[in-house]
Write a protein that binds this ligand. Structure first.
Ligand code: ZN
Length: 374
């Protein structure tokens, strides 16, 4: 695609970003409804970032039964609580899990489906109706606060994958970097490398477009310059602000072009071996850069120049260093994946996102890639 090609950019989500901006939540919530419900996950409900948000909306009921890989069952349970309480606005606080579960439930409650499973794995299209949803990220990673996707797991069917549709765009993203200051090192790295994957994949997707390209480059530049610092010095306000900004920019950068091979490969890695989403993306990221960079020519050179690195090798070395810093698996053995699983893993990595990859990927290429990671 060149800049002369036809493209459409949109981002229907309002974004408010900056230290302390969570204090604007009361006005933002009241603009969208009178009966809010706070949604968060089982862990975060006991931690300071949630308390900080709850202080802004005292007395508002809470749903906190979101599991780390949100399931269709969590979505259905949340939709039932939204209906029972006749809530008219959803405030989702957390990482991707809480936001994705809440986004899906905000759609489910406004439609007539009994379960989100119908959309997730039975081919029923997501309708356009939804409750307004305000997204308050507490990690700098997923970008879910500005995307029309929700990644869900169906434990009964053993399927993990995204649902997509404009109804999943949050109405407002409230991105307060101060909520990320208490994140431990490993989560900082895992989520930060997910954001880097979004920036890289949004940029190299076959559907890339100029506005998203700009955001992808800036997001990757910020991550390359700040993720190590945020991981090593958790209270470094400047690094944390840069990472929050980068994660939201990266979300906006891939939400239209969509991801490619790194995310396609991440789904079976998460579903079968329970790797966290960012860990699963980081697992193949360096190999994906080595595979795709040779076909990208001038576009790869511009990307690297824009993020302040001299070569693709410098980028893969930095990613490797970050993975080691966060204690992430770098080999199949580290990840507890038997080499005997390589053929089936390669087969299951052909999620439709694979079609966005700039270089055509075959099953044999994937087997080779996983063998290199053994
Ligand atoms: Zn991701």
């Amino acid at each position: 695609m060149s800049v002369a090609d036809l493209w459409t950019f949109k981002l229907p989500t309002a974004v408010t970003l900056g230290n302390g901006c969570v204090r604007q939540l009361p006005q933002i919530a009241v603009a969208h409804g009178a009966r809010p419900l706070l949604v968060t996950d089982r862990e975060l409900v006991r931690l300071p970032p949630f308390a900080c948000v709850q202080e802004m909306l005292p007395g508002v009921p809470v749903f906190s039964d979101v599991t780390p890989d949100p399931t269709v069952a969590s979505v259905d349970a949340l939709a039932a609580q939204l209906r029972a309480g006749r809530h008219d606005v959803v405030v989702a606080i957390g990482g991707g899990s809480a936001m994705d579960c809440a986004k899906a439930a905000a759609c489910l409650v406004a439609g007539n489906l009994p379960s989100i499973r119908a959309v997730h794995s039975e081919g029923v299209p997501l309708g356009s109706a939804h409750l307004p949803l305000i997204a308050v990220p507490t990690t700098a990673g997923t970008g879910s606060e500005v995307t029309p996707f929700a990644v869900l797991s169906d434990t009964e069917k053993q399927i993990k994958g995204p649902i997509a549709g404009d109804a999943l765009y949050p109405v407002h993203a409230v991105v307060d970097p101060e909520l990320t200051h208490s994140l431990p090192r490993k989560i900082t790295v895992v989520t930060g490398l997910d954001a880097l994957s979004h920036a890289i994949e949004g940029y190299w997707s076959r559907n890339h477009q100029p506005i998203c390209d700009l955001m992808a480059i800036e997001a990757a530049r910020l991550i390359c310059a700040n993720l190590k610092r945020a991981a090593q010095q958790p209270g470094d306000a400047e690094a944390r602000s840069a990472m929050s900004c980068a994660a939201t920019l990266a979300g906006a950068a891939f939400q239209l072009p969509k991801n490619a091979m790194v995310h396609a490969c991440s789904f079976p890695l998460s579903a079968r071996y329970h790797l966290a989403h960012g860990t699963a993306c980081a697992f193949t990221l360096e190999e994906a850069i080595r595979f795709n960079a040779p076909v990208m020519g001038e576009r790869m050179t511009s990307f690297l120049r824009g993020i302040g690195l001299a070569s693709a090798e410098e980028l893969t070395a930095l990613i490797h260093e970050l993975k080691q810093l966060g204690g992430l698996p770098c080999t199949l053995r580290d990840a507890g994946i038997p080499t005997a699983d390589i053929p089936s893993l390669a087969r299951e990595s052909f999620h439709p996102l694979m079609r966005n990859n700039p270089r055509t990927m075959t099953e044999a290429d994937l087997v080779t890639m996983f063998e290199r990671l053994a």
